[in-house]
Each structure stands twice: as structure tokens, then as C-alpha cells.
Design a protein around this ligand. Structure first.
Ligand code: DGJ
Length: 549
């Protein structure tokens, strides 16, 4: 079968050549994949970092420079490069949207404003000022394609279908390309909805009855804000009457999601790879300060209704509230697919944590070739470096990322088999702080623990013995007396959870590495090394123990 998503133990898992695959991935900087020659070095860095997949832009303007004439030479070269390294690709279709703008639309689209209308955030204007960001009171000129443009969606869908046709012809056999992201960070900036005469008329007209009914019958999973708006509105009427305070955002979401779905549907009709839609997070802001209508978590019910051809909604995470965002995006049971995240020193711990805790389908730092380098000013701004947390200001160590990448990549079959079960768990210093001890005594703090039925593993991060705040620990239970542990910057304490056999002793702690799926044992740890068992740099341990009365 071609790559597809299948439920294993009730959890969505990506299947490639009929085997589960976890995307230990990286997204390249926007312009890198326009040059296969430039990409040579980038592929090598990815391989070095233990990645198995790259997320690569497939820009509409380079693929269809003239209307109806397609050039697939760049994606073809990228696929060849991946194959030479035994790696995979997720292509990012940079079509009508890229970061809520339209910079990747071909010139023939950009220049024909009549056929491909621009979004109006100010009546009658194709380009208008918007505030740079909620915290930066500077106006910048903004333009993008209208989500109501019928010719635009038709042209975009036609180009995307041609691209998917190329992938089917060139890659269906080898399956180097395992998924496609449709558009990039869709939505409208500067206003909660478009305000052209056409948009005003549709906004004042009745909400499509099937959509209004769907929203009223799917309030269970909605965020408080959207649920309140839906429940307080009328069952039928204009957008304002039906959706009250949320009307403008839901209007935008309805039209953006319908547009993206039409593009995805045209592609799936040709070659139905799994399809993703990523988003620029709302960060609790007002509609218009983030790309409104894009698949932020509060409008997932709208996207479910309008975009059945999208398989997974993906958060681009540059904010410190990592766990809160992952929780939001998995609250309805979908897969966690992170196409972009920051390269500060939580980057590797988050890889361990997302696989171990969320059983993630994809984890992918953006601009991964920067791992290990000092931040640029732009990254400093983008990553919103929280002054109170030094880990957010420190670049990820490349050696540590590579060590985790390689371990987890080798362990993929075992990890994937445990997805959807509680045999696979993880904790991290960022997401699971210890509960402070009485009087702030650091030695009495209660560490986070993972419960595996017969036994429990408590993990000490940041302690007087271990000052690092970027630890992470994943545990994969093999049986009631055996497990694998992957982690760094943490101390481990196993205990029995069986009241009939409350004592637990270690029998065997083996360090080592995997090579081509085979375990190559290293030292057998005992004595001082197990008296206070801890992991400093990234490592994998094979541990056996027993419990007794
Ligand atoms: C999010 C976008 O999706 C990426 O393409 C890139 O522009 C980063 N932001 C910022 O560098």
C-alpha cells in the first residue's frame, strides 16, 4: 500500500511500505530546497543528527512558472538525494498561502488581480497596513490572496494535482515521499475576516444550514470560547446571528478550510498520500493578530467539517508553552505532528518527550542546520526567549541531538509497536517539574514518576546533583521486570508498585547502542554507577529487575 495512516492500539500511526514509521524529522529553511546543490550539505547534517525524514518546500511558483507548464526537476532531484541516503521526505506545498501571505504564488497569479483577487482587510484595498505583531506597534503593508477567489482555488488545486501526479509516477514504487503538507500557515492577518463587498454579502447571508447544525452538535470538544459562542447563537441566520462573538473567525475558518480542502481533494484524487495542515498559533491573541482561519486548535471542529481531506492539524511551536500546545492539539485524540519547533536546548528533550508521551507521528525542528549555533537576532525574536528560563536562550547541542536522534531512529519498530499503549511513557524537566519539598528543601522534592502497573520509575531532574534543566527520560516497558530507558540529565529510581512484593532490586543495567536494529551491549553497570543510577549525556539502558516480599 502507499503511505497511509492506520490506527494501532487505537492510536493513529503513519505506515510506510506497510511498516510503522515515526518521523524523526527536520524542516529546512524556506529557500534551501530551491537548490539541490545547496541541499547536499543539508542532507548530510540531517543524517548526522539522526533524522530519517526532511520536510521540504515544494513552491508553486517554481513548479508552475507559466500557467499549465510544469517543472518537477527540483522535487525529482530532492527525491533522488533522499533515496541515496535512505531518507524520506514530507513535501510542503507552498501554494496560495505561505505564512498568511502569498509569496510563493507564481508571477502569473500575483499579477492578475482580477482573476486572482487579493484579500481586503480594508475595504477596496489590495494592500493595507496591519500592525506588525501584538507587541510591536509598527505598521507593515500586507497583502495576500482572497480565500473567496474561485479561480485561485481552481488554479492552486490544478497545480497541486499535477504535483501529486508527478509524485505518483515517480515515487509510488519507492515511497520516498510519505506525506504532504497542503499550504503553509494559512489564514488572514490584520483583520478577523475579509471585508470586500463580496465578503460582506456572504457574511450577512445565512450560514450554510449543514454547517450551523454540525457546529451545534459538536460542542463537546470545543474550546470554552467557541462553545459559548455557538450555544448562545441562533440555530439559523447570518454569521453574526449564529456565531455571535466568534462569527468573524469562524467565517474565515470556514472559507480557508474549504479552500485548503479543495486543493487537498484534487491532490488526493490523483495520489492519496496523508495530508497535513500546519498553523501559526493564536497565542491567546485577538483574531487578526495571528493568521485567522488557519487550523488553530479552537477552530478544529470547523476544519473537521470543511476539510475532510486533511488528516492532521499541525502546530508550529516557537512558544515556551510547549506542553499546553501539544495538549490542545491532541485533546480530541488526533496524532501529534510537529512540523516546526525551535532549536533551543529543549529541542532534543522535546523529541524524546513527544515520542514517549504523545506517541508523536512527527517531530521536526525548523532550520535544524542551526542546531548548535548561537542564535541570530531573528531567532531570538522568533523563539520568544523567556528570560526566566536559561534553556530557552541556549542553543541545542548538536552532539546531544544526534545521539538521541540515532537512538530513537534505531528503536522505531519497538517504539511504534508500543504507541497507543501505556508501555511507552516519558517525562521531561520542562514539562514535569518536581513538586517542591517542605520548606523548599531540594532533597525532599517529589520527582515526576511513570507508572507501569507492576513498577514505577521516578526521574530526578534538576537537583543539587544535577543542575541541568533540560533533562528528559523515556521508558519502554518490555515486561513487569524489564525495560529500555532513554534519557539524559536525570537520575532514575525504580520501585515496586505491587503491594504483595514491595521491594525491588536491580538485576542488570546494561549500556550500549543499536546498530542496524541490533543491540550492541557496552558496559554492565553496577556498584557506584547503579548506587545512584543516573544519565548524564544522552544514553540508552537495558534494565532488568525483580520484586520480592
Ligand atoms: C513559520 C513558517 O511556517 C516557516 O516557513 C518559517 O517561515 C518560520 N515560521 C520562520 O522562520
Amino acid at each position: 500500500m502507499i503511505p497511509h495512516i492506520e490506527k494501532k492500539n487505537g492510536h493513529p500511526v503513519l505506515m510506510v511500505q506497510d511498516k510503522p514509521m515515526i518521523l524523526i524529522a527536520g524542516e529546512v529553511h524556506n529557500s534551501d530546497s530551491s537548490s539541490p546543490a545547496y541541499m547536499e550539505g543539508i542532507w548530510n547534517i540531517a543524517k548526522e543528527l539522526g533524522m530519517n525524514t526532511l520536510l521540504l518546500p515544494a513552491p508553486w511558483d517554481l513548479i508552475e512558472p507559466e500557467e499549465g507548464s510544469f517543472d518537477f526537476s527540483i522535487p525529482r532531484a530532492l527525491i533522488d538525494q533522499a533515496r541515496a541516503r535512505d531518507m524520506r521526505i514530507v513535501f510542503l506545498w507552498f501554494g496560495s498561502w505561505k505564512n498568511a501571505e502569498c509569496m510563493y504564488a507564481p508571477a502569473w497569479v500575483k499579477q492578475d488581480l482580477k482573476r486572482f483577487p487579493r484579500a481586503q482587510i480594508e475595504k477596496g484595498k489590495n494592500k493595507a497596513d496591519r500592525q506588525a505583531s501584538p507587541t510591536i506597534p509598527v505598521k507593515i503593508a500586507y497583502t495576500t490572496l482572497s480565500y473567496l477567489g474561485k479561480e485561485t482555488v481552481r488554479a492552486d488545486a490544478k497545480a497541486f494535482a499535477a504535483f501529486m501526479g508527478f509524485l505518483k509516477d515517480y515515487d509510488e514504487g519507492e515511497q520516498t515521499v510519505v506525506a504532504v503538507q497542503v499550504e503553509n500557515e494559512t489564514g488572514l492577518l490584520g483583520a478577523a475576516r475579509e471585508v470586500s463587498d463580496e465578503a460582506d454579502a456572504i457574511f450577512a447571508a445565512p450560514v450554510p444550514g449543514d454547517f450551523a447544525a454540525y457546529m451545534r452538535t459538536h460542542t463537546d470538544t470545543m474550546t470554552e470560547e467557541i462553545r459559548a459562542a455557538v450555544l448562545s447563537g441562533k440555530p439559523a441566520g447570518s454569521w453574526q446571528e449564529v456565531f455571535g462573538a466568534a462569527a468573524e473567525e469562524l467565517f474565515s475558518a470556514y472559507h480557508v478550510a474549504s479552500f485548503v480542502n479543495a486543493v487537498a481533494a484534487a491532490g488526493k484524487a490523483v495520489y492519496p498520500l496523508p495530508m497535513a495542515a500546519n498553523c501559526w498559533l493564536d497565542k491567546g491573541g485577538r483574531p487578526g493578530t495571528y493568521p485567522t482561519g488557519g487550523p488553530v486548535s479552537k477552530v478544529h471542529e470547523v476544519w473537521d467539517f470543511c476539510a475532510p481531506n486533511i488528516d492532521v492539524y499541525c502546530p508550529d511551536i516557537y512558544v515556551p508553552q510547549f506542553k499546553a500546545v501539544c495538549d490542545e492539539f491532541t485533546r480530541r485524540g488526533g496524532a501529534l505532528f510537529i512540523p516546526e519547533s525551535a532549536t533551543h536546548s529543549y529541542c532534543a528533550p522535546r523529541l524524546v518527550y513527544t515520542l514517549g508521551h504523545y506517541h508523536a507521528m512527527c517531530y521536526s525542528p525548523f532550520g535544524f542546520d542551526d542546531i548548535g549555533k548561537p542564535f541570530t537576532a531573528i531567532q531570538g525574536f522568533l523563539f520568544g526567549m523567556d528570560v526566566s528560563d536559561p534553556a530557552l536562550k541556549t542553543p541545542q547541542s548538536a552532539a546531544e541531538y544526534a545521539a538521541f536522534g540515532r537512538i530513537l531512529r534505531e528503536m522505531t519498530p519497538m517504539l511504534a509497536a508500543a504507541y497507543g499503549t501505556d508501555r511507552l511513557q516519558a517525562v521531561s524537566a520542562e514539562t514535569d517539574p518536581a513538586i517542591p519539598g517542605p520548606g523548599g528543601n531540594p532533597f525532599a522534592a517529589v520527582p515526576p514518576a511513570m507508572d507501569f502497573g507492576a513498577f514505577r520509575l521516578s526521574v530526578r531532574f534538576q537537583s543539587p546533583m544535577n543542575p541541568r534543566s533540560d533533562g528528559a527520560c523515556l521508558c519502554l516497558k518490555l515486561s513487569d521486570t524489564e525495560c529500555w530507558v532513554v534519557g539524559s540529565a536525570c537520575g532514575l529510581s525504580f520501585s515496586s508498585a505491587d503491594p504483595a512484593k514491595p521491594n525491588l532490586d536491580l538485576l542488570q543495567v546494561e549500556e550500549g547502542r543499536f546498530e542496524d536494529g541490533a543491540w550492541i551491549p557496552g558496559r554492565r553497570l553496577n556498584g557506584d554507577e547503579t548506587a545512584s543510577l543516573s544519565l548524564e549525556g544522552p544514553a540508552v539502558l537495558h534494565i532488568r529487575f525483580f520484586t520480592y516480599e
